[in-house]
Design a protein around this ligand. Structure first.
Ligand code: GAL
Length: 684
């Protein structure tokens, strides 16, 4: 992986909003940031009405004074372009820039992200403000980089303004050329949907019965939104490159309907993410036995790493989060903010900025707490940030010279992510299986990556891993299958779950036995299949050999039929009319092997496969860790760094059979040690 120049030096800092505070506070804020060893602030990403109070009238005074003071105190600055928040004068004068819901309701001024990417007027006004800001700050000594907009597709990732329908039509004309090809790709002969004039073609609009669109149109809609978002971002990216070529460019967030990999490759120096692990108390792991909770954020950080091997955390949670009427999160306990900071770093962050320096006293986010409280007196979170700052002042650059290392990867791709949003015959399975695999590996201290299968993916990308798990790739092009075959032939191990390989890139079913494109690789076919839900009782499978363990055969069952002699049956169904029929198979393929698992994975079945493959923690020979402690490994020229992260409030007992140094404290560790609740050590 190519090292990212902009991230060579480790940086810690905070998001700062000078426009929210009396100017008399600024200098003291910057001074105290330096005391905490902060070296960077991000500013301005929502400040359009300050920079351009009236159309064509620009004002930089407030930020000039703030940036000069930041510079005086030795802080570097990231400037956000403010296009996530078009001002009132703009949306009032040019209402065509506003976003519209599928039902035709215009989303008005009053929150943020109320614009659409297709309006030529909005693109023009965005280009003007970006150019003005870039020209003004291109030589400012404190400014080192730019954030384009803020969190593309957060809040809302669907767009139905008139300009969006027009842009979609133009995108389809470019993609398909003729209406015949569009009709074929969308299968419009079904239910007499055939288009005879381009003017009849729209983004999905409300339809009878739960607004269900044509599924192939729904898939193209997401591809369009992604391309349209990137082309909007490019307007700004191109200006920043042209005007401020010696400053770097990034953007933050990881949201729906956006190929962040392509955006990063085409527009950015590196990717940035906003990490709020406390969302796990709201959305994740509902009803799950023994959930990973905040540790599940490590899986999201793995997705960020797949975009950009090292990255920035532009917003790191630094207090309880909450808007006035929603997202009521608990406060991080003592040590938890530090744990989350090192979670980000362990997974590849070389820059971390806390959101935010001080909690806002007005607006929708008065409960989204920063490090400092409204009263601005020293508090526990400020002290914790100071501890982290001192540690990273010593250890940061050594860490920054390394990157995360894993031998196992979970595969994903945008086609299946997007098709699976609408298609409940595979989409929901992907989430359960990916979470189960991540959990099973993580609790066994086997670091894993996420790898997106893209048209640019090469055999070298795949061969970096010993094992690949591609849980339910319903859409599989034959070229992808050929690449995966090459991977197995050359010694790789690939594992699929049910619903693999049966759709083409438009989302049409192949007229082939399942698993369609992956049939040759797996050496099996699917005799019969069923959803397992409703009146159908839960089913199970029995694993051959050893203790003949039983695990749940969740959600969807495919009865497998062995086609090739090279296939071994690893588990059979243990219930229902197909008891005794193959449920899991393993095909010897070239130097490697392909597994087929006929159901949706759960923690226990992923664990069975991990054990059968003999996968173990890379540190198994010298380190013993309890399941509550995560192991992450970053490797650099100075050797590996082993991050041990204790997500439990209770101390964890760890045994080292060799002597290691904790990079954060300099202390020597060996034998049995107790890692405090929420504690972190970095062994070198
Ligand atoms: C992020 C956003 C920030 C702030 C934060 C807390 O999504 O970028 O501006 O809103 O969440 O809600």
């Amino acid at each position: 992986m190519k090292p990212i120049d902009a991230l060579k030096e480790f940086r810690l800092g905070a998001c700062y909003y000078p426009e929210h505070w009396p100017e008399s506070l600024w200098e003291d804020d910057f001074r105290r940031m330096r005391e905490l060893h902060f070296s960077i602030v991000r500013v301005a990403e929502f400040a359009w009405s300050i920079f351009e109070p009236q159309e064509g009238v620009f004002s930089f005074d407030l930020f000039d004074r703030a940036l000069d003071l930041a510079h005086k105190h030795g802080l570097k600055v990231i400037i956000g372009t403010p296009t996530a928040t078009p001002p009132a004068w703009l949306t009032h004068k040019y209402p065509e820039v506003l976003n519209v819901t599928q039902d035709g309701v215009t989303l008005q001024h009053g929150l943020r992200r109320h614009y659409n990417y297709s309006s030529t007027k909005y693109r023009e006004l965005s280009a003007i403000i970006t150019r003005q800001m870039a020209e003004h700050y291109k030589d400012h000594p404190a400014v080192i980089g730019w954030q384009i907009d803020n969190e593309f597709n957060c809040e809302i990732s669907e767009f139905y303004a008139p300009a969006d329908h027009d842009a979609f039509r133009a995108w389809l004309q470019e993609k398909y050329g003729t209406l015949d090809k569009l009709n074929a790709a969308w299968g419009t002969v079904f239910w007499s949907q055939t288009y005879t004039d381009w003017e009849q073609v729209f983004l999905p609009r409300p339809t009878p019965a739960h607004k269900q669109p044509n599924p192939h149109q729904a898939l193209d809609e997401k591809r369009f939104i992604s391309d349209n978002t990137i082309s909007y971002a490019k307007v700004q990216g191109d200006i920043l490159r042209e005007v401020a070529s010696h400053q770097w460019v990034t953007t933050n967030g990881l949201f729906g309907h956006l190929d962040s990999h392509r955006m990063n490759d085409e527009l950015l120096d590196f990717f940035s993410y906003d990490s709020y692990p406390q969302f796990s108390t709201l959305n994740d792991s509902k009803g799950e036995e023994n959930p990973l909770a905040d540790r599940s954020w490590s899986q999201k950080l793995g997705v960020v790493r797949s975009i950009s091997p090292n990255f920035a955390i532009m917003e790191q949670q630094s207090g309880p989060g909450g808007w006035v009427n929603r997202m009521d999160m608990p406060s991080p306990k003592p040590g938890q903010m530090r744990l989350w900071t090192y979670q980000s770093i362990a997974h590849g962050a070389n820059m971390v900025l806390y959101f935010r320096w001080r909690t806002a006293t007005f607006g929708n986010e008065i409960y989204w707490h920063g490090i400092n409280d409204y009263h601005n007196r020293p508090n526990r979170r400020v002290r914790e940030a100071g501890q982290i700052g001192s540690e990273l002042a010593l250890a940061g650059n050594r860490i920054a010279a390394s990157a995360f290392k894993a031998d196992v990867a979970l595969l994903r791709d945008y086609d299946n992510d997007w098709d699976g949003e609408y298609d409940i015959w595979h989409g929901p399975f992907a989430w359960q299986s990916a979470a189960s695999w991540f959990k099973a590996l993580n609790r066994r201290h086997i670091p894993s990556d996420t790898l997106y299968v893209r048209s640019s993916t090469t055999i070298e990308d795949l061969k970096r891993y010993k094992v690949l798990i591609y849980p339910h790739p319903a859409i599989m092009r034959d070229e992808t299958a050929a690449l995966l075959e090459q991977y197995a032939r050359e010694g790789g191990i690939i594992i699929f779950g049910c619903r693999t390989g049966y759709k083409n890139e438009h989302g049409h079913a192949y007229m082939r036995p399942f698993p369609g494109a992956a049939a040759g690789l797996c050496g099996i076919s699917v005799e019969e299949f069923t959803m397992v839900k409703g009146t159908r009782a839960a089913t199970s499978m029995k694993w051959n050999g050893g203790d003949e363990a039983l695990t749940g055969a969740d959600a969807f069952n495919e009865i497998l039929y062995v086609e090739d002699d090279s296939v071994e049956v690893v588990a059979t169904y243990a219930s229902d009319y197909y008891a005794g029929k193959p449920a899991v198979t393993r095909n010897a393929f070239g130097e490697g092997e392909a597994w087929y698992f006929g159901a949706v994975f759960n923690d226990a079945s992923a664990g069975q496969i991990i054990d059968r493959l003999g996968l173990a923690a890379p540190t198994a020979s010298w380190l013993s860790l309890p399941p509550d402690v995560e192991l992450a490994i970053r490797e650099g020229e100075d050797g590996p760094l082993f991050f041990l992260l204790n997500y439990s409030e209770q101390p964890a007992v760890i045994t080292l059979d060799v002597e290691k140094t904790d990079l954060l404290t300099g202390s020597t560790l060996s034998g049995t040690i107790s890692l405090e609740g929420f504690g972190v050590v970095v062994l070198s």
